[in-house]
Design a protein around this ligand. Structure first.
Ligand SMILES: *Cc1c(COP(=O)(O)O)cnc(C)c1O
Length: 308
């Protein structure tokens, strides 16, 4: 269950949590015509708070809407201000922030016509997505029987609501079979990503991740690539086969929700020592230092705000 807050920003103003509702004939409910973001705000060690890469998340939201051809009524700057408004109004020092842009009610055909484009931003407290234990010990995953989207079937660069049916299928299959998450292959058979996370592997101290072309360009992915480079690691963006994952020294997922979650087993094969490996641990430690505002070298990624 979501830990409820007081208010949600909806079409330009704050409304009580319980009143942020829509009609059942909302176009997006029927056809998946919406785009969303997942953003995290962290309480910093010095008592302030920061939203991690807020501006880039809102720019991606605007891009996602553009890819779907939705006329976005707000600019990235306006959305940045709105997110801060929600955090402050709800006294949230740390939070998960969920903006959603969707086609509202009106025309019921497939063509969205001139139905209103509605925008909301909710924020609530949400701990570790795959569990605190997962961050420490790593998770067991399986390769999904479902393929990830082909780049000309769904728009993989858009965080589109409809795209997520594919993720829900893979996630339900994985959980049903006793796994925490699924690894999805693309339609050429190469590793693409998790159901809402990007994937990395380490072999002989080199870090590998699938090219950005067919996966959602995760901001956590981007942050980890930058951080790993700054720490002296070579990062190669290259096609990866599932067998490469089986013999990797380390595998881990990255995402705003999952943060950096190590993988300890794939398809019943132990990965490395069967626990969080040294590279994942180092990157995770440094990543958490950054998001908690403890590393001034990455201050440009912080959107600081204060809750009284
Ligand atoms: C959101 C998302 C990610 C992770 O992106 P972040 O910006 O790191 O949160 C990865 N894959 C998919 C399919 C996603 O929707």
């Amino acid at each position: 269950m979501v830990q409820q807050s007081e208010t949600i920003w909806f079409d330009g103003k704050l409304v009580p949590w319980a009143d942020a509702n829509v009609h059942v004939l909302t176009h997006a409910l029927h056809y998946g015509t919406g785009v969303f973001e997942g953003i995290r705000a962290y309480e910093c060690s010095d008592g302030t708070s920061e939203v991690f890469r807020l501006r880039e998340h809102m720019e991606r939201l605007v891009d996602s809407a553009k890819i779907l051809g939705l006329g976005m009524p707000y600019s990235a700057e306006e959305l940045v201000a709105a997110a801060e408004e929600v955090l402050v109004a709800n006294n949230l020092k740390g939070a998960y922030i969920r903006p959603l842009v969707f086609v509202g009610e009106g025309a019921m055909g497939v063509h969205p016509g001139d139905n209103p484009i509605r925008v909301c931003i909710a924020a609530w407290f949400w701990g570790a997505y795959l569990g605190e234990d997962a961050l420490e010990k790593g998770i067991k995953v399986r390769v999904s029987s479902y393929n990830r989207h082909h780049v000309n079937v769904m728009m993989t660069k858009s965080k589109a609501c409809g795209n997520y049916v594919n993720s829900v299928l893979a996630k339900m299959e994985a959980v049903r079979d006793g796994y925490a998450e699924a690894v999805m292959l693309d339609t050429t058979g190469h590793v693409s990503e998790g159901t809402g996370e990007n994937i990395f592997m380490v072999r002989d101290d080199v870090i590998y991740t699938p090219p950005a072309s067919g996966v959602l360009g995760g901001l956590t992915r981007d942050s980890i690539i930058t951080l790993a480079g700054d720490l002296g690691y070579e990062v190669r963006e290259t096609p990866i086969g599932r067998d490469m994952l089986y013999v990797a020294d380390e595998v881990f997922f990255t995402g705003t929700a999952a943060e950096l979650t190590p993988v300890r087993e794939i398809d019943s094969r132990q990965i490395g020592e069967g626990k969080a490996g040294p590279v994942a641990k180092l990157l995770q430690t440094e990543f958490f230092k950054i998001v908690k505002g403890e590393n001034p070298d990455y201050e440009q990624w912080m959107h600081r705000y204060e809750v009284k």
